[in-house]
Design a protein around this ligand. Structure first.
Ligand code: BGC
Length: 805
């Protein structure tokens, strides 16, 4: 395979760091293997390994290494080809049955089969294939695919293991003296039925190099050093008080008790807690210390590698905030740091810091972030369930750290509250008193609108409306489907207006697991780009009517002799959750740098990533794109990736989906009902962190509504919170709202409306269509849209385009 230098360099970087994104859940010392030998390889992901999830996040890379290929390349002799052939056959039959069922369901629901099948996959088949592979070592690779458009279900073959899988995993565990269960998944799987297995690795989906990285880990060339960013436990242990998967309203009744905030507060021990992950080596933490300088808490701990292999460890600082007028979860993550690679016997003292301001809870009654009086216990350790109190910060009286205004309408319930946690301040633990006046009260001031650019002031009404929309194809149709509404870069997802002379157009391409483009294109004599491969995800083309596929083929561009042919091979990097599992923002920045380089190479200005919605439920179909159940982890990783991308002057990120896009069912018309407190402490917080860390060039609003109104049409969320409170300076665009794109029939809430989006200060309605143009025009005519607002939005877009193009 002839690769370009940049591809080689980028995939080597991913391979070198891949294991840092993987989480070793169990080890009995049987691995790593001393050398490659005969190995029995089983499981849904043995040959059909996954590099990532489906939907707009699918990256069209040049190649991809499966587990089977990775092991063979490392010198293993895989002895289970017959098993894998048998599995392939069972899977092919399941696919035929699935396609039939989808078509039938579409007919019954009077819905488009492509829409209802989006993100859904065939059931795991049942089979009984002999587990007769030779070798003392065996690996069972379990894959789970999920993606945009559908949520996961607590059924066998999805969140649960199927009976066939349980039977085979346990049989392998008993048969082979060295057995590892490898999870090639994008989200949580209930592992309770196979708890006795001695070696379990969350490999995740690591992009192009997945199979090579697995081989490196099995041979101890790399040592897993990731930690879970989401609690993994039995399906029945997850809280059920919040709603999920409703068609119209989804009530976030659990309030702030998401993930470990819930488990820790109710004293439930999960199978594998947040922040947990083992290593081939062992570590000891000692000399935990804390100091207070003004409003900044600094903690440090010495990590010693006490085992036999080189490895990295993650130190974590949690704070137990005292309950007062506000109820509080048992603890919240406040800071973390990863050691360098420590040789056996080597130690490192890692330092962490955070501002007390940043952990202040939100008090709806006073519309302010406050620190109530009391002792704030600082807990240090290497997982949420393994920490020791090392100091306490004593706050003598309640401080208002930031005065804001409540922005969300109220949900129709009050938040669930956990029973109060009993914290005791251990004796001999230093108490650090906060000095009077150390934290000044700040008040949010309204961010000013930009002065209208004179070139925008001179635009005609028609041009002005177009500047507020993407560069749409007036004929609409499939041209506006996800990942397929770009014009100047083949396979780009969209771009801003192209028809105002002298105004540059921003080109946008998807992510987050790399850059999503067409791999091959032709440039004709007129300078027009033609994609030579469809950029519509394969999972969708499967369901296109045959006549449509035939028409597409017929209409497909055939390059002429005079055309210039080009290639755009992008690197598939690990999925969002895996990147965050590294707990290493520097690695995330390095991955962002790879994407930024490729963007500049291919002429993409805005990457539609990273995605940082919260893992509110393990059922969300797009969790693999997102980072964590914790807002600090989510915000820091979005910020770090952004820093990497934006090292490149012509590349910017688009952090998405702002906000509350925590389920896929009926995502364009679903109404998330959330309290102001939970919104701010859990769902918006990460966006604020990313903005302050790295000023992403763009923010994408979400499809859904929040408390009765579309997020993209809320001036309060876009203006008061994002721009004024977080200090955001870039452009705001909508998610891809295509005409007639309706997930379900007979919905309570309407679809988005371009005129309302413009008036809320949403700068770009994407990808735009004639229908959206007409709506804005009608708004101007009936006075619900003002030219002034359109000019403000257009000024922002023009200035961003001039920066990046
Ligand atoms: C997704 C976005 C994506 C956009 C463009 C939408 O369906 O929700 O995340 O960036 O399509 O492809």
């Amino acid at each position: 395979m002839q690769m370009n230098d940049y591809e080689r360099e980028h995939s080597q970087f991913v391979r070198r760091h891949g294991a840092e994104c993987t989480v070793l859940l169990k080890t009995d010392g049987a691995f790593p293997l001393e050398e490659p030998g005969k190995i029995a390889l089983y499981g849904s992901g043995a040959r059909r390994t996954l590099k990532g999830g489906t939907g707009s996040g699918e990256v069209n890379s040049r190649y991809f290494v499966t587990a089977e290929e990775g092991l063979a390349a490392a010198g293993f002799t895989v002895t289970t080809k017959a098993w894998m052939d048998g599995y392939d056959k069972a899977k092919a039959e399941a696919k035929v049955a699935f396609m039939k069922a989808m078509k039938q369901e579409a007919r019954e629901r009077r819905q488009n089969v492509m829409i209802i099948s989006m993100g859904r996959t065939p059931d795991e088949p049942t089979y009984d294939l002999p587990l007769d592979g030779e070798g003392e070592a065996a690996v069972y690779v379990l894959s789970r695919v999920s993606g945009e458009g559908a949520d996961r279900s607590p059924v066998g073959g999805d969140i649960l293991l199927s009976d066939t899988e349980i039977r085979d995993i346990l049989a392998c565990h008993r048969k082979y003296s060295r057995f590892m269960l490898v999870l090639n998944v994008g989200g949580v799987v209930d592992l309770s039925p196979v708890a006795e297995v001695g070696n379990i690795l969350v490999l995740s989906q690591l992009g192009t190099e997945t199979g090579h990285i697995l081989a490196d880990i099995l041979l101890g060339k790399q040592n897993p050093s990731g930690k879970l960013t989401t609690t993994w436990t039995a399906w029945g242990d997850y809280p059920a008080m919040g709603e999920f998967g409703e068609k119209n309203d989804t009530r976030y009744r659990e309030g702030i008790y998401v993930g470990y905030r819930y488990f820790d507060s109710v004293g439930k021990t999960p199978l594998y807690p947040f922040g947990f992950g083992l290593s081939y080596t062992t570590f000891a933490l000692s000399q935990a210390k804390a100091t207070l300088e003004g409003e900044t808490v600094k903690t440090s701990v010495t990590v010693c590698n006490t085992g036999r292999f080189p490895g990295r460890q993650v130190a974590q600082t949690y704070v137990s905030i005292p309950a007062g007028k506000l109820d509080e979860p048992y603890q919240v993550l406040a800071a973390f740091a990863k050691t360098k690679e420590l040789a056996p016997g080597e130690s490192e003292t890692v330092e962490m810091a955070f501002s007390l301001r940043d952990i202040a809870p939100y008090d709806e009654a006073s519309a302010a972030y406050i620190l109530e009086s009391g002792d704030y216990l600082l807990r240090l350790g290497d997982s949420s369930r393994d920490t020791t109190v090392c100091a306490a910060v004593r706050i003598p009286e309640t401080i208002t750290v930031l005065q804001c205004k409540n922005v969300l309408d109220k949900p129709d319930f009050t938040d669930w509250q956990a029973p109060a946690s009993a914290h005791t301040l251990p004796e001999n633990v230093p108490v650090l008193p906060l000095a009077a006046g150390a934290i000044a009260t700040r008040t949010v001031a309204d961010a000013p609108d930009p002065a209208i650019d004179p070139r925008v002031a001179a635009l005609s009404r028609e041009q002005l409306i177009k500047m507020n929309l993407g560069a749409y194809d007036p004929k609409g149709g499939v041209a506006s489907m996800i990942g397929n509404a770009g014009f100047t870069v083949a396979g780009a997802a969209g771009q801003s207006c192209m028809t105002v002379p002298g105004f540059p157009s921003l080109v946008m391409a998807d992510g987050p697991a790399g850059l999503r483009l067409s791999r091959r294109y032709a440039l004709d004599k007129e300078g027009k780009i033609h994609a030579l491969e469809s950029s519509i995800p394969a999972s969708l083309t499967d369901f296109m009517p045959k006549v449509f596929l035939w028409a597409m083929k017929l209409m497909a561009y055939r390059p002429k002799k005079t055309d210039k042919l080009g290639e755009q091979f992008a690197t598939a990097i690990p999925i969002g959750t895996a990147v965050a599992q590294s707990f290493d923002p520097a690695l995330a920045e390095g991955l962002g740098d790879i994407v930024g380089r490729e963007m500049e190479r291919f002429g993409v200005h805005l990457w539609l990533a990273p995605a940082l919605n919260i893992h509110r439920s393990i059922r969300c179909g797009r969790n693999f794109e997102y980072f964590s159940e914790d807002p600090l982890v989510s915000g820091v990783f979005a910020g770090a990736i952004t820093r990497g991308v934006q090292r490149h002057p012509h590349a910017g990120t688009t952090i998405k989906h702002y906000a509350f896009n925590n389920q896929e069912r009926n995502r364009t018309q679903n109404n998330s009902q959330v309290s102001e407190r939970a919104a701010r402490e859990i769902y918006l917080k990460g966006f604020g962190i990313a903005v302050r860390m790295a000023q992403p060039k763009a923010v994408m609003t979400s499809y859904n509504l929040v408390n009765g109104r579309h997020t993209n049409a809320r001036r309060d969320l876009i203006g008061d919170v994002l721009r004024s409170e977080f200090g955001y300076e870039g452009i705001v665009m909508t998610d891809w709202i295509t005409v007639g794109y309706e997930n379900e029939k007979d919905c309570l809430y309407p679809n988005s409306n371009a005129a309302q989006v413009c008036m809320a200060g949403g700068d770009l309605f994407m990808p735009g269509a004639q229908h959206d143009y007409d709506r804005i025009k009608a708004g101007l005519e009936d006075g619900t849209v003002t030219e002034q607002q359109l000019r403000i939005n257009a000024t922002r877009v023009l200035h961003m385009a001039e920066k990046l193009c």
